[in-house]
Design a protein around this ligand. Structure first.
Ligand code: ADP
Ligand code: TZD
Length: 579
């Protein structure tokens, strides 16, 4: 349902003065009408004027150095706000640079809209060789939740409305909107134009679960001897924080957060089973999945990780997610807020609590693992390793639970995920479903612009390299982003050698002892060089206190960590070569 606008005072004035408007203005009007206030992008033909106009009309335009990072910023803004983040690019190459971010958004269920200018249809379709010619609409389709093209100015309102609805309704995802250059320049009667715009009503409507599905789920849960709740980033996205907390606390069931669901309940919560992850996954007999998929990150719900056979209850908005990897005993289909509320309706004082035998076994395992981890974290090796560096960061961030944390790398990602506690929902943004490198600076900028608060990006040196040029963007907009580069001289580690003894270094090796801190100084930011946990602590405290663009070059032992971090099992050939 959408309402057609009443005639506005501007439109009334336009009638009197016989004004016309054009595609450029209508795109901006359509976005603004739907409360979209920020565009992330990179200008050029044919969208430079669109960006200028957006700014002139009071929107924020954040210009990037590469479209992929603008797209990632838009995607994370979408995840944080449940409103589609907007990325604007030029045609063909600009579009393709943005497409990686669009595909990543779709894969991660983040709502975003990639808007790209495109060349003349007549020339593209006859393949006559236009400037930046490409059939972008068809290129986008396999990687987007939906893709649309607008050919007539009077359809811009519909195009934008369809894109918004597609991005945020049901399972969120990336949407492509193709705007040919000719469309932007088209003129149209101003009154007709205003009347063609649509304000989208209830873009992501509540979807209530069937009562029988709720009863089935509660029955399975009641029969559990060793229940577990698994929270995914869908649960964080849903913004049903109080309901989810109530479900966990009323049932007393231990829970595990997936990485971006960390902080939905504070990681220090007594019921968190994070420190006994392998144990609970293997031993649980009933698992309630809330906004988490049984993909590779959860070993597809089977195999050694999952131990004995178990029953799954799955709460998800997408019906086709069910049974995608293993049989689901009790699917509950709907939006997480509605589903969790419905489940809570069936949980009263008589609802069986998980047996003490189960919760005590978890506590015992947790305490053992936490003590082991504390001993590792307490060590002070020289040079610093992942653990001692992360201990320093953990202790600073503990004091500022409001800080947004961006995290990518291999070892840097794996260790930070388990060592850095999160205390608030939607504060951790990482490589996600694909394990993609390159989200770092895009997510950091998106999070800083969206929240207006401090971001700390914890980056492997290889991971950082994918988006490092966006340091200029961070400095240009004076964003409170502190990037910490875990510098161990290479992809994974810096110790590999070329077995031939030839001049080229090994494929994983970078320039030794690089000074990433100097990079940010080139743009007026503040660089720090830290070789000990004490220096790292001091630098991070200063960086956060300054609220300025900062970068800490944290020197990590180049022999620390493992190849592929914890994904060594996905890299059997390399492991075999090293034996
Ligand atoms: P993680 O990587 O944290 O395990 P995934 O991205 O695999 O999480 O899973 C997120 C799931 O959440 C997806 O299956 C998606 O359909 C679902 N989802 C996203 N938003 C909602 C929502 N508002 N209500 C219900 N399910 C949702
Ligand atoms: N390219 C892209 C886009 N995504 C990827 N995941 C990879 C390449 C492969 N890859 C990983 O999976 S992790 C990684 C790469 C290149 C970088 C690891 O090195 P790092 O991290 O320096 O960032 P650590 O912490 O030193 O291990």
């Amino acid at each position: 349902m959408a309402d057609v606008l009443e005639i506005t005072p501007q439109a009334a004035e336009a009638v009197e003065t016989q004004q016309t408007t054009d595609g450029f203005h209508l795109v901006i009007d359509a976005l603004k009408l739907n409360d979209i206030d920020t565009i992330f992008g990179l200008v050029g033909i044919p969208i430079t004027d669109l960006a200028r106009l957006a700014q002139a009309e009071g929107m924020r335009f954040i210009g990037f150095r590469h479209e992929q990072h603008a797209g990632n910023a838009a995607a994370i803004a979408g995840y944080m706000t449940k409103k589609p983040g907007i990325c604007l690019t030029v045609s063909a190459p600009g579009f393709l640079n943005g497409l990686t971010a669009l595909a990543n958004a779709t894969t991660n269920c983040f709502p975003m809209i990639l808007i790209s200018g495109s060349s003349e249809r007549e020339i593209v379709d006859l393949q006559q060789g236009d400037y930046e010619e490409m059939d972008q609409l068809n290129a986008a389709k396999p990687y987007a939740k939906a893709a649309y093209r607008v050919l007539h100015a009077e359809d811009i309102g519909i195009g934008v409305a369809r894109a918004i609805r597609a991005a945020v309704s049901g399972r969120p995802g990336g949407v492509y909107l193709d705007l040919p250059a000719k469309l932007l320049a088209q003129t149209i009667d101003a009154v007709k134009a205003q009347q063609s715009l649509i304000r989208v009503i209830d873009a992501a409507p509540a979807q209530f679960p069937g009562p029988e599905s709720v009863k089935r789920a509660l029955d399975v849960l009641k029969g559990a001897k060793r229940p577990l709740i698994l929270l995914g980033k869908g649960a964080a996205y849903a913004q049903a924080d109080a309901e989810i907390r109530a479900l966990v606390e009323k049932t007393g069931i231990p829970y595990l957060p997936m990485s971006m669901a960390k902080g939905l309940l504070p990681d220090t919560h007594a019921q968190s089973a994070s420190a006994a992850r392998s144990f609970v996954l293997a031993e649980a007999d009933v698992v309630l999945l809330i906004g988490a998929r049984l993909n590779w990150l959860l070993s597809h719900g089977k195999g050694k990780t999952w131990g004995a056979p178990k029953k799954f209850i799955q709460v998800d908005i997408s019906p086709t997610e069910i049974d995608s990897n293993v049989a689901i005993a009790a699917p509950v289909i709907g939006d997480i807020g509605s589903c969790v509320t419905a489940l809570l309706g069936g949980i009263d004082a008589n609802f069986p609590k998980p047996p003490a035998e189960w919760t005590n076994a978890i506590t015992e395992r947790k305490n053992k693992n936490l003590a082991k981890m504390a001993a590792t974290l307490d060590k002070n090796p020289s040079p610093m390793n992942f653990h001692s560096a992360l201990r320093a960061i953990r202790d600073v961030l503990k004091e500022r639970p409001d800080i947004n944390v961006v995290n990518e790398g291999a070892n840097t990602l794996d260790y930070a995920r388990s060592i850095i506690d999160m205390y608030q929902p939607r504060k951790r943004f990482d490589s996600g479903t694909w394990g993609i490198m390159g989200i770092g600076m895009g997510f950091a900028i998106g999070a800083a612009v969206t929240s207006g608060t401090q971001v700390v990006a914890i980056e492997g040196d290889s991971a950082f390299g994918f988006s490092g040029m966006e340091l200029e963007t961070i400095c240009r907009y004076d964003l409170p982003v502190c990037t910490i580069v875990f510098n161990n001289n290479g992809v994974y580690r810096g110790t590999d050698v070329n077995p031939t003894g030839g001049k080229d270094v090994a494929p994983t090796v970078f320039v030794k002892n690089a000074r990433y801190d100097k990079m940010i100084e080139a743009f007026g930011g503040i660089g720090y060089h830290a070789t000990t946990p004490e220096e790292l602590t001091k630098a991070l405290q200063e960086a956060i206190a300054s609220g300025k663009p900062t970068l800490i070059n944290a020197v990590i032992d180049e022999a620390a960590g493992t190849e592929s971090g914890r994904l060594t099992n996905l890299n059997p050939q390399s492991a075999a070569m090293k034996k």
